[in-house]
Design a protein around this ligand. Structure first.
Ligand SMILES: *C/C=C(C)/C=C/C=C(C)/C=C/C1=C(C)CCCC1(C)C
Length: 244
């Protein structure tokens, strides 16, 4: 029994975070924020009808998956003082496609087809895999992989702002159109935070411009804005639809 107790990795496992470690601080706060947001989405989803419930469930899944990754990233940063690039991209490759699913779900009532969702998912995976390649594997050509990633990002922006998704949102009108518009702004402005983080954290011609910034702080701010904000927009649309 005594041996068992001694082997239990309870408090001894909590890593130290220095008071001036602002990167570690944003990992910690990010983790708590994602957990709180998940509790909020999961607990509120049952007060909506089935049309919106799945969308809110997906909002909760996005922040929950992020909360688990932030738990690991916070620890990884505290123990190694290095960017948790691997966990970061595993998180994104799970949550960003779920955001594409979110676009599809809110447009489903207007007749959105799965092919639209798969196209967005494929583009987002291309964007993330090439970004990972530039950040973790071929750092000397980071600018090139960042460019390829940026093109995929641009196509996503174009698709949702001007493509079929837009036409469906206009057709649906009301709370759906409003939510679609706001989510489009999130992708255009909120997601643009990430390439800035990338340029801050990889070598290239842009080092002189962004090199002084902390990549992880930028990514953590981006995640908080986009994952929680995105979910709240969907929540707001569900509330608006319920009250109309
Ligand atoms: C919850 C996580 C989200 C919404 C992550 C989004 C990530 C991006 C939009 C990343 C984009 C990138 C580029 C457009 C170019 C440079 C490489 C990336 C992967 C940072």
């Amino acid at each position: 029994m005594k041996a068992l107790l001694l082997n239990m990795p309870l408090l001894a496992d909590v890593s130290k975070i220095a008071t001036d470690d602002y990167v570690g601080f944003t990992f910690f706060v990010g983790c708590m924020a994602m957990m709180a947001a998940s509790a909020f989405f999961f607990l509120s989803m049952n007060s909506f009808d089935s049309k919106w419930r799945t969308s809110i469930l997906v909002s909760g899944l996005i922040t929950f998956i992020a909360a688990v990754h932030y738990w690991y990233m916070r620890d990884y940063w505290a123990s190694n003082g290095e960017s948790p690039t691997f966990f970061r991209y595993v998180d994104w490759v799970l949550t960003v496609p779920l955001m594409c699913v979110e676009f599809y779900l809110i447009l489903k009532v207007a007749g959105a087809q799965r092919s639209m969702m798969w196209r967005l998912i494929l583009l987002s995976v291309i964007m993330l895999v090439t970004g990972y390649w530039g950040e973790a594997v071929a750092r000397d050509q980071a600018w090139f992989w960042g460019l390829v990633s940026g093109i995929a990002y641009f196509v996503i922006v174009y698709d949702i702002w001007f493509g079929k998704a837009k036409a469906l949102a206009v057709q649906a009108g009301g709370a759906t159109l409003q939510a679609h518009k706001t989510l489009c702004w999130f992708v255009l402005v909120g997601w643009a935070i990430y390439p800035i983080g990338y340029m801050a954290g990889t070598p290239g011609w842009y080092e002189g411009i962004f090199g002084g910034l902390a990549m992880d702080v930028i990514y953590n701010i981006g995640d908080a804005v986009n994952k929680i904000g995105f979910g709240l927009v969907v929540y707001g649309a569900a509330v608006a639809a319920r009250e109309s």
